[in-house]
Design a protein around this ligand. Structure first.
Ligand code: C2E
Ligand code: CA
Ligand code: CA
Ligand code: CA
Length: 278
């Protein structure tokens, strides 16, 4: 209402106002991002901790705005979640990831398992099971080659409906993992209730574990917990050989991070893979 708007104007400091306006600008530009071809996926390799063989790639969303340049997903994903745009964007990511899997296969790059990030809002409000099964069928992708990463903090809000969606995704045959594990509301209760295959240790633990013994203890505890429950454990944000060695010794199954490779556009990833095979 008009009165509400006046109250707000009085209530907000100029700085808050600017933040709110930035959000609005992002939200309205994001509305056209798909049709204007401004979104793309980059892919970051994940390797087996013991053998260093590639086990898959994580699809990470990129937004190249014509005027602003690259906008970080850390900035626009939360806005897309608040506005509901994450449903359409998430569907685009699913289709694009499956299409890329098929393209690499067709071009002789190989069968590259792809993991993608999914907002819990897609589980709650979207027809994500249909979107995914359609994309798998259309691009003839083996469901076990697709992994879905869900963020722990959001997962906790998951309603019963989301839980049944999670089971339906699992029934498609895709791999399910919990991202940023160890942060957020740490209820371990859902590890039993949710049909999860993998845990991804939050990067903050990896970044601090060599300076802070508590963080190293947490990393080891997550690996132990995961393995006890029959889950694979992935470490991301691995930047140095010392970190990689420590994580390997702690029993992590897979490693991901700048030490191995940064996220890359698809053609660059193909070259990276070819080079490693030489
Ligand atoms: P995330 O899923 O935890 O992804 C890992 C982030 O860490 C990525 O940031 C990646 O580029 C970065 N990273 C990888 N290796 C290293 C490293 O060695 N050191 C450091 N410091 N960082 C590393 P990015 O691409 O900016 O994505 C940020 C977040 O945005 C993601 O965190 C994820 O939560 C979200 N996101 C990205 N793409 C999507 C998407 O398609 N859908 C949804 N719902 N969220 C997405
Ligand atoms: Ca992720
Ligand atoms: Ca993460
Ligand atoms: Ca994250």
């Amino acid at each position: 209402s008009k009165a509400g708007g006046r109250d707000m104007a009085r209530f907000f400091t100029p700085e808050m106002n600017e933040r709110a306006q930035t959000r609005l600008r992002i939200e309205s530009s994001l509305r056209h991002a798909i049709e204007r071809n401004e979104l793309s996926l980059h892919f970051q390799p994940r390797v087996d901790a013991q053998s260093s063989r590639l086990v898959g790639v994580e699809a990470l969303l990129r937004w190249q705005h014509p005027a602003w340049g690259a906008v970080s997903p850390a900035q626009f994903i939360p806005i897309a979640e608040d506005s509901g745009q994450i449903i359409a964007i998430g569907a685009w990511v699913i289709a694009r990831a499956c299409e890329q899997h098929a393209t690499w296969r067709r071009d002789g790059v190989g069968t590259v398992p792809v993991s993608l990030n999914m907002s819990v809002l897609q589980l709650r409000d979207g027809d994500v099971v249909e979107v995914l099964s359609e994309a798998l069928r259309m691009h003839d992708v083996n469901p076990s080659d697709i992994e879905i990463e869900l963020t722990e903090s959001n997962l906790m809000d998951a309603a019963e409906n989301s839980l049944s969606q999670l089971h339906a995704l699992k029934a498609l045959g895709v791999v399910l993992s919990i991202d940023d594990f160890g942060t957020g509301y740490s209820s371990l209760n859902y590890l039993n209730r949710f049909p999860i295959d993998k845990l991804k240790i939050d990067q903050s633990f990896v970044h601090r574990m060599l300076e802070d013994p508590t963080d190293l203890a947490i990393v080891r505890a997550i690996v132990g917990l995961g393995h006890t429950l029959g889950l694979q454990v992935v470490a991301e944000g691995v930047e140095t050989p010392l970190e990689a060695g420590t994580l390997k010794a702690a029993g992590c199954d897979e490693l991901q991070g700048y030490l191995i490779a940064k996220p890359m556009p698809p053609d660059e990833l193909a070259r990276w893979l070819a080079k490693r095979r030489e």
